[in-house]
Design a protein around this ligand. Structure first.
Ligand code: FAS
Length: 383
């Protein structure tokens, strides 16, 4: 039997899409290769932009984040020139971020989807997508009028599109982060970005008792080489604790290397296969946009699929791609701006010295110029 839409992947993109399609009376099924506990336990993003919060709130999917999310309106920058705070909630459009761990949001979205009578098949891996038919590893195929590839940047949704000629624009920021999750309360009153000649360090609260830290590290770094002691010592150095006060330490729950790379598919879909989220484009975490882009794209795709199914034409889907791509590129442009602000060049040759001077000039403009602060606020919370 054919369903309206087969969704591959139960991350933020697939789950928001599934909930919004059900709300429009469209029969869909989500295929997720991992089990429910694994999907609900994967700590990743934590920053929700106002537009993503509005979409979730407007579709009855925000009870958890409104009850347990924390509102953030400021961030701070540290360097060898001192520390300054940017009250982005009072700059530019004057909007806040909501800090709510992605795995909590995924849990809420799965509950809501099942409550709406949605079907998710956990532990089911899609192997091939051919014109609406999804071949399932070791199981029965599933056919949909449409297939939504929400299976991340290494998924078969993207692989299928690119195999049929869709080009990918890609950028390697040449930087890696050691992404650490610590069982420790936040050490700073806000998200902190520390620029240091040894490399960038970041501090992002996730909950009252868990904090995310990032340490810029060389490509190929093995997280196993970073003991708990070495992590806290390096964080103390780069966050200049001698000058600004100690960090609140705790057990390291997770450490993983994230290579900062970005890419965008030059088409979000064709015919019966359409992508949303990381499947459509991977954005470096430097500006915390990935999960937000996933939510915004899923909402737009849900509307386009509903129209296409109702009127039997693909024009709404082409309009969806046309509207989404400029928004994706806008987010990538800011993410690139942020990455060059946070990460100075390696080495000490003339080129590195020039690059580092530019980095500090950009930081100084951000500290002193209202126009730069408004630009930052608008892009930091915008999507
Ligand atoms: P996801 O990757 O979340 O979900 C894809 C799903 O598809 C997965 O559950 C996978 O199991 C499933 N799947 C894949 N192939 C399949 C197949 N063949 N069959 C069935 N299922 C399949 N973003 C931010 O905005 N802020 C951050 O601070 C941030 N930090 C991050 C830190 C780390 C360490 C990482 C890795 C990412 C981070 N991101 C961050 C980005 C991240 O949040 C993504 O943008 C977000 O998960 C994208 O959501 P989806 O597109 O739904 O993809």
């Amino acid at each position: 039997a054919q369903v309206g839409v087969v969704i591959v992947g139960a991350g933020p993109a697939g789950l928001v899409l599934g909930n919004l399609l059900l709300d429009r009376g469209i029969d869909c099924v989500i295929l997720e290769r991992r089990d429910r506990a694994a999907v609900e336990g994967r700590a990743r993003a934590g920053f929700l932009a106002p537009r993503a919060v509005r979409i979730l709130t407007g579709n009855g999917l925000a009870a958890g984040l409104l009850a347990r999310g924390q509102t953030h309106t400021a961030c701070l920058f540290r360097s060898d020139r001192g520390e300054f705070t940017l009250d982005y909630g009072k700059l530019g459009p004057g909007e806040p971020h909501t800090v709510y761990p992605q795995q909590e949001l995924v849990r809420d979205l799965i509950d809501a989807y099942l409550r709406r009578g949605g079907r998710i098949r956990f532990g089911v891996e899609a192997e091939e997508i051919t014109d609406g038919r999804v071949r399932v590893r070791g199981g029965t195929d599933v056919t949909g009028r449409y297939v939504a590839g929400c299976d991340g940047h290494r998924g078969i949704g993207r692989a299928t599109l690119t195999a049929h000629g869709t080009r990918t624009a890609r950028w390697d920021h040449g930087v890696s982060w050691l992404a650490v999750l610590a069982a420790a309360p936040p050490s700073l009153p806000a998200t902190g970005y520390a620029l240091h000649e040894r490399g960038f360090a970041g501090h992002m609260a996730r909950t009252a008792s868990v904090t995310r830290y990032y340490l810029q590290c060389p490509r190929g770094t093995d997280p196993a080489d970073w003991s708990e002691d070495r992590i806290w010592t390096e964080l103390a150095t780069r966050m200049r604790t001698a000058e600004f006060g100690p960090l609140r330490e705790g057990a390291v729950l997770e450490k993983a290397r994230v290579d900062l790379r970005s890419d965008v598919l030059e088409s979000l879909g064709t015919g019966r296969l359409w992508l949303a989220g990381d499947a459509a484009g991977l954005i470096s975490p430097s500006a915390a946009k990935g999960a937000n882009l996933a939510v915004v794209q899923a909402e737009s795709l849900a509307r386009a699929l509903a129209e296409a199914l109702a009127h039997g034409d693909e024009a709404p889907l082409a309009r969806h791609a046309g509207a989404c791509l400029p928004r994706i590129w806008h987010a990538h442009e800011f993410s690139q701006w942020m990455s060059t602000l946070l990460h100075g060049p390696d080495g000490d040759d003339d080129t590195a010295r020039y690059g580092r001077a530019l980095q500090y000039a950009r930081l100084e403009s951000l500290r002193t110029l209202r126009s730069h602060q408004d630009f930052f606020a608008e892009n930091y919370t915008g999507i």
